[in-house]
Design a protein around this ligand. Structure first.
Ligand code: NDP
Ligand code: PYC
Length: 338
């Protein structure tokens, strides 16, 4: 693939950290952001890997993101942690609040973390996989910007609103899924636009409400939910749980607050964690075997579990100590160095 460039993992990490710090992110923020961007790039999740440095640095230009905000963590109730990102990117708040969320879940069986007042650009699977690494199951949800039409509608009201879930497994990668509730993530459409490729049918409508496969027209029109009214309902649930429920903005309110600037969305996030041991009455081991039988029955049919592609990409990229990005993206990233 001659129009791609190969970077070692150390080079990719250094590139990300230095771009962020050259663009007024503190070292702590640069580290939290880089950890997630690198995890995505290493797993070939291209829409939320190094590509997302463009969104982080572009957003910084409009003066609303605080690149050195220190999150405030509040022990709000026996099963509730509140984290105020204070106008920074969400990831440092997540890192700072995670130990308390895990402690409360292991004590009470279930606990929730509400992150408020954060700019958000990232994939959610690295967050729920931190919970499964601690032996917990976890769900994460976040709104974005009102780019997505509800089923039956014709204009953007909902966000691309991802839903992520992870379930811990003994001696194996966790069972994890993480997807936008729109047919495509916004980042994926941006990658189609950059590559000059047509979208598949059924992903978006143009600003006249007509189906389009043109990525540029899709970005100016509205994206569609996955699974018609079912994805639409899930997306509305995410608006509610990660918006009004936690005293934060919906995707439409986030977009209005950006006032036409191409900024990362600004809103809240909810993460809910479950302790398999407490919730099963101390029978986690027996129930774990039952979960494994469920996975085996799926795999035996030739179906694959979500995240399998990602885990295979990770293995491949770790073994060769390399990640690969388009030369055009690399050139755009180098231009961000100061
Ligand atoms: P994808 O459609 O690429 O993948 C969705 C999930 O389905 C993945 O877990 C994937 O696993 C799994 N999957 C794909 N194909 C199959 C299959 N044939 N059988 C079983 N499982 C399968 O994700 P999206 O494009 O919707 O989202 C990409 C990322 O964008 C997510 O990480 C999300 O968090 C992020 N995002 C972030 C937003 C934000 O506001 N912060 C907004 C929207 C999206 P695998 O990876 O192994 O293929
Ligand atoms: O890809 O839809 C997306 C997205 C929105 C915010 C960050 N990523």
């Amino acid at each position: 693939m001659s129009d791609n460039i190969i970077l070692s993992l150390a080079q990719a990490r250094e590139l990300s950290k230095s771009i962020l710090m050259d663009n007024r992110f503190s070292e702590d923020h640069a580290k939290s952001i880089t950890d997630v961007i690198l995890a995505c790039q290493q797993d070939d999740c291209h829409s939320h890997g190094l590509f997302r440095l463009l969104m982080c640095t572009q957003s910084m230009k409009f003066g609303r993101i605080n690149g050195s905000a220190n999150p405030t963590i509040v022990d709000a109730a026996p099963s509730v942690v509140k984290a105020d990102a204070n106008g920074g990117i969400s990831l440092l708040a997540m890192d700072a609040a995670l130990p308390l969320l895990i402690e409360k879940t292991k004590k009470n069986g279930i606990a929730a973390l509400a992150i408020n007042r954060c700019f958000h650009f990232s994939a959610l699977w690295p967050e729920v996989e931190k919970l499964s690494a601690a032996g917990l199951a976890g769900l994460a949800m976040v709104p974005s910007h009102a780019w997505v039409a509800p089923a039956g509608g014709s204009r953007g009201t909902l966000g691309t609103n991802p839903l992520a879930f992870s379930w811990p497994r003994q001696g194996q990668h966790p069972f994890t899924f993480d997807f936008a509730t729109s047919q495509f993530a916004r980042g994926e459409i941006e990658l189609y636009r950059r590559a000059g490729k047509p979208l598949p049918e059924g992903v978006a409508i143009d600003k006249e409400g007509q189906p389009t496969t043109d990525a540029e027209a899709a970005m100016g029109g509205a994206m569609l939910t996955f699974g018609g009214y079912k994805g639409s309902a899930l997306s509305i649930m995410i608006e509610l749980l990660a918006g009004p429920l936690i005293d934060d903005l919906t995707s439409k309110e986030s977009m209005e607050a950006a006032n036409g600037q191409p900024e990362a969305p600004y809103h809240g996030e909810i993460i809910i964690a479950f302790d398999p041991n407490l919730l099963s009455g101390g029978r986690a081991a027996a129930n774990n075997d039952r979960a494994e039988r469920l996975f085996a029955d799926i795999i035996d049919q030739g179906a694959r579990l979500p995240s399998q592609r990602r885990y295979q990409a990770r293995e491949r990229n770790l073994a060769r100590d390399a990640v690969e990005i388009p030369q055009t993206l690399y050139n755009d990233l180098l231009a961000l160095r100061k």
